[in-house]
Structures are given as C-alpha cells and as structure tokens.
Design a protein around this ligand. Structure first.
Ligand code: SF4
Length: 329
C-alpha cells in the first residue's frame, strides 16, 4: 500500500482512501464468529501415522500430536540408518555419486563410509543408538546385505525413495516406496516392477498374536502403496516385497539370503480397495481422538503395541495398560 501511495500510481488515491475510510467506519464494529475449523488438509503417512496410531494411540498422541521426541530413539536410529545407507548404495551403483562408481558394487569400506556419514548426521540431530554395539551390528548387517543382494538386486533397481501421494477428500495420503525393482525374467517390459520395502527387524512370527498383527500391517502397507503407485504411474506393480534385514544380523554368518529374509505380498485390486477404506477409517479415528483429545492406549497393552515399543516408551510408567514398576533413577 505504501509503495502505491508514494509511487507513480498515487494520482487520485485520496478519493479512494476516503471511500475506504467510509466503508471501514460502517463495518468496524461488525463481529464475525470464527468457525473453529480450517480447510487445510493434513497429510497422513502409512507408517508414521496410520500404523503408529494403530499400534498405540497414546504414544502417537504424545509424539505426533504433542511433538515430544522419544528419549531413546534407537528404533528410529536403526530404521533411518538402514534406509539412508542403502539409498547411498543404490546411488553408488547407478553412478549418481560419481561416474567412476557406475555399475560397481560398493565394497565393505564404501558401506562403512556411507554408514559413518549417516551415523554422524543422525547424532548431530540427537538420534543415537543406545550403545556402540548397536552401531556395529547395524553396519555389519548392511555390509552383509550389500554382499549378498547387491550383485543381483542393484542392476534391477529403477528408482529409490519413490514418493506417492493421493488427494483424498479431507486429507492427503502419503507414502514412500524404498525401492522400485524391475521384475525378474519379465516379458512385460518397463511396466513390470516390484515395490520393495526394507525393515530393520527380523521376520515377525505368525505364531504369535503380535507377529500376526505386524504381518497384517506390512501387507496393508504394500496394498496401499500399490494403489498409490497406480495413481502415479498408471499401472499396478507386480508384487510387494518386504526385506527383513534383521535376518542377516547377529551371530549367524549367513553368506546367502535366508528364506525368512523376504516376505512377498501378492497384490489384488479388491484387497487394495479394502486397504484404502481401512486407511480412511483410521484417519477418522485419529480425528475423533484429536477432537475429543483422548489418546487411549490399546486395552491389551503389549499384545497390540509390541514389547519393543512398550519397553522404549517414555510414558510407560503411567500407562494403565501395562505394568512397569516406577523407578527412581
Ligand atoms: S507403554 Fe505401551 S501401551 Fe502404554 S502408552 Fe507406551 S506404547 Fe502404549
């Protein structure tokens, strides 16, 4: 306004100003109630919103809604380091980190270097492993993965960190596919791909209630990603693959892929539609929690939330669904 009033367009502005003042005087006492609602759409991610809320609404409320960070972010550390180091390994092979690396499988030393870079960056953001042993374990696991899978997997990688989004009526549905891989021995050309997701854990046991639930969650994740993938690319992936890097770690000096390292998720349209509907339902539940400000833990505590999540939970001492003794440090 100041620029216009003092600049070349100022001619005749006094008349305009007078009219504006008149309108202002007329309406200055008008009071309009704010509806309390905004039309800004939130963005919900499959893993950090929907699956986290389903595991424990109380913990989700504290972290995602109130913004508290976990005091022991080891789970976050393992997941982030694995994803970031493997992303560098894929970019190394594709030549994006330098033409001299193109078509070269990273060596153990290359993986150690990428690991150290990521580890330092994570620590600078306050995300640390709870002990040095965990760092060494993660590095060793990544080097094994690189040796076992690199020669056959890296040449098939078409894209990494493949971002997917869908504009739903009230929110954006969001997900990131870790790796897009050409289907082996495919006759369908460029449109034949698999979506791969890396997990730092071991293959969950379908014989336990929690293991069964986690397997259902991962299947759900793949079904939602496939549906979003179709929206972005115009065709469905052939299948979803979940790779459990935890099966390569520890004392087992595996030199080839253990059978349990892979979970293949068959995809079909009916199941995909069901998954999107169930995503909508969880978003509705989150909204109800937000509106009522009620973030209740699952009634059966660890059965649904999982031992690892509860053991690392900062609000476990006051949780009505589990029985942790209060300790004075
Ligand atoms: S202890 Fe477990 S059930 Fe209780 S709030 Fe924490 S994660 Fe949820």
């Amino acid at each position: 306004m100041g620029v216009i009033a003092n600049g070349p367009f100022s001619k005749g502005l006094s008349k305009y100003k007078g009219e504006k003042m008149k309108a202002f005087e007329e309406y200055k006492d008008m009071h309009i109630e704010h509806s309390g609602r905004t039309d800004i759409k939130r963005r919900y991610s499959v893993t950090s919103d929907i699956l986290s809320y389903r595991r424990c609404p109380r913990l989700y409320g504290v972290q995602a809604e109130m913004g508290f960070s976990p005091a022991q972010p080891s789970q976050m550390y393992v997941g982030s380091v694995i994803h970031q180091v493997l992303d560098r390994a894929h970019r190394h092979y594709s030549g994006k980190l330098g033409e001299k690396y193109h078509n070269n499988i990273p060596s153990d030393d290359d993986i150690a270097k990428y690991f150290n870079d990521v580890d330092q960056a994570m620590k600078a953001h306050g995300i640390r492993p709870f002990n040095k042993g965990l760092s060494a374990y993660v590095l060793e696991t990544l080097q094994r993965f690189n040796r076992i899978e690199g020669p056959t997997l890296y040449p098939r990688v078409k894209d990494t960190e493949h971002r997917l989004q869908s504009d739903r009526k009230y929110y954006f549905l969001y997900g990131v596919v870790d790796v897009l891989v050409s289907t082996e021995n495919s006759n369908s050309g460029d449109n034949s791909v698999e979506i791969w997701d890396y997990k730092g854990s071991k293959h969950p046991k379908s014989s336990t209630k929690f293991g069964k639930k986690i397997l259902e969650d991962y299947t759900f994740q793949m079904l939602v990603y496939s549906s979003l993938f179709k929206l972005r690319n115009g065709y469905y992936p052939q299948k979803g693959v979940i790779y459990f890097l935890g099966e390569l770690g520890g004392k087992n000096q595996v030199a080839s892929r253990p059978a349990d390292a892979i979970l293949e998720v068959p995809l079909n349209e009916v199941e995909m539609e069901r998954a999107i509907k169930s995503f909508d339902e969880t978003v509705d539940e989150i909204n109800r929690s937000r509106e009522s400000d009620r973030w209740d833990p699952p009634r059966d505590g660890k059965e649904t939330a999982g031992n690892e999540t509860c053991d690392a939970c900062d609000i476990r001492a006051s949780c009505p669904s589990v029985n942790y003794p209060s300790r004075i440090p």
